[in-house]
Design a protein around this ligand. Structure first.
Ligand SMILES: Cc1cc2nc3c(=O)[nH]c(=O)nc-3n(C[C@H](O)[C@H](O)[C@H](O)COP(=O)(O)OP(=O)(O)OC[C@H]3O[C@@H](n4cnc5c(N)ncnc54)[C@H](O)[C@@H]3O)c2cc1C
Length: 311
């Protein structure tokens, strides 16, 4: 496996910003993943495992360590058991499309969400009432310190809203196996229609490039010291809509999307620092008006200090 140096990361993440990786590799097998971890350990390098870059903001100074982008892209079915297994580098949409080609349904609820299997298990992607953890049967993870690969069940991940055990960054996904349902041709055609409808709906509602999706996560009920109309209001978009920033607030070439107040969008020439200053301004405005500070969902890469308020 080739380890490259000084590889730009701006073209490898959805914000299209950020500096370079000091070291870079794309393991294609489990053994190469082990070798990549060995390489970093032997040189005392920090590690970042990259998926499609759809939920990260990379420092303009880049990442002073080894970026590993798993290129494990196999998909296999065990139809009698109702299971599909996909490598960490498989894009979620590729997996959905492969399932539907095999008359296998379930995962199409996540249609149109950018990202790989690894990144999606990491954060437990969600869309309306569906969480990826509801479908995960088991996975194989590699231990950062030892390179040991183990099979773990869904409970091991301690999944929550926007959370999994992978946040400890001691393990990385090699592949994941999901529970799915084999159906007849008519039901498969219906599921394909549902996929297309979800994608169409998402394209109308959300920006589809130069963003990380939702920048802030929703609040947990216990984080809210007050009620709105007699109940807790966890949705961050509610507060961001109220401060009137949609399509209006801008720092340099970073703007709040006109389609969604929780989506920051970069324009040509943008740098990550502009995204940070825009997001900090949003945090300040929400704090001034409501006394609560939005929590960042987007994962930060290469920053020496957390640049945000209250996280
Ligand atoms: C336009 C847009 C719309 C979106 N809509 C939604 C939505 O509806 N619902 C939703 O939940 N999310 C949404 N997102 C967020 C994003 O799609 C998910 O977070 C996705 O799972 C990111 O996957 P990725 O491969 O790009 O991960 P990356 O952004 O590359 O990485 C994210 C995190 O995952 C970790 N990671 C990546 N691979 C592995 C691995 N193999 N093992 C362990 N950790 C790993 C990284 O280290 C990093 O901490 C949206 C994003 C965009 C840009």
């Amino acid at each position: 496996m080739i380890i490259e140096q000084n590889i730009p990361l701006a073209n490898k993440n959805w914000f299209m910003t950020g500096g370079a990786a000091r070291y870079w590799c794309e393991p294609q097998t489990e053994q190469e993943f082990v070798e990549a971890l060995d390489y970093a350990r032997n040189r005392n390098l920090d590690i970042f495992v990259l998926g499609a870059g759809a939920n990260i903001l990379i420092s303009d100074d880049g990442f002073d360590g080894l970026v590993i982008r798993p290129s494990l892209t196999a998909i296999s079915f065990d139809l009698s058991a109702g299971l599909v297994t996909a490598g960490a580098g498989v894009h979620i949409q590729q997996l959905i499309d492969a399932c539907l080609d095999h008359h296998v349904i379930g995962l199409e609820e996540f249609s149109g969400i950018p990202g790989t299997v690894g990144g999606s298990v990491f954060i437990n992607i969600h869309y309306f009432q569906f969480l990826l953890s509801q479908f995960l049967h088991h996975a194989r993870v590699i231990n950062r310190a030892t390179g040991h690969v183990q099979e773990v069940d869904a409970a091991w991940f301690e999944f929550g809203y926007d959370h999994s055990k992978l946040f400890e960054r001691q393990h990385y996904v090699i592949d994941a196996t999901f529970k799915v349902t084999l159906v007849d041709a008519l039901k498969a055609a219906y599921a394909r229609g549902r996929r297309d409808e979800i994608v169409r709906h998402r394209r109308q509602r959300y920006p589809n490039s130069n963003t990380c999706g939702s920048f802030f996560r929703n609040f947990l009920p216990e984080e809210l010291p007050f009620e709105v109309n007699g109940k807790k209001m966890p949705f961050i978009a509610y507060y961001l809509d109220k401060i009137g920033i949609k399509g209006a607030l801008r720092v340099g070439n970073a703007v709040v999307s006109h389609q969604h107040a929780n989506m920051l969008v970069t324009q040509p020439g943008a740098i990550s620092q502009e995204v940070i200053e825009l997001a900090r301004t949003m945090q300040r405005l929400v704090r001034e008006q409501f006394g609560i500070v939005p929590h960042v969902e987007c994962q930060l890469v290469g920053f020496k200090e957390d640049p945000f308020l209250g996280n």
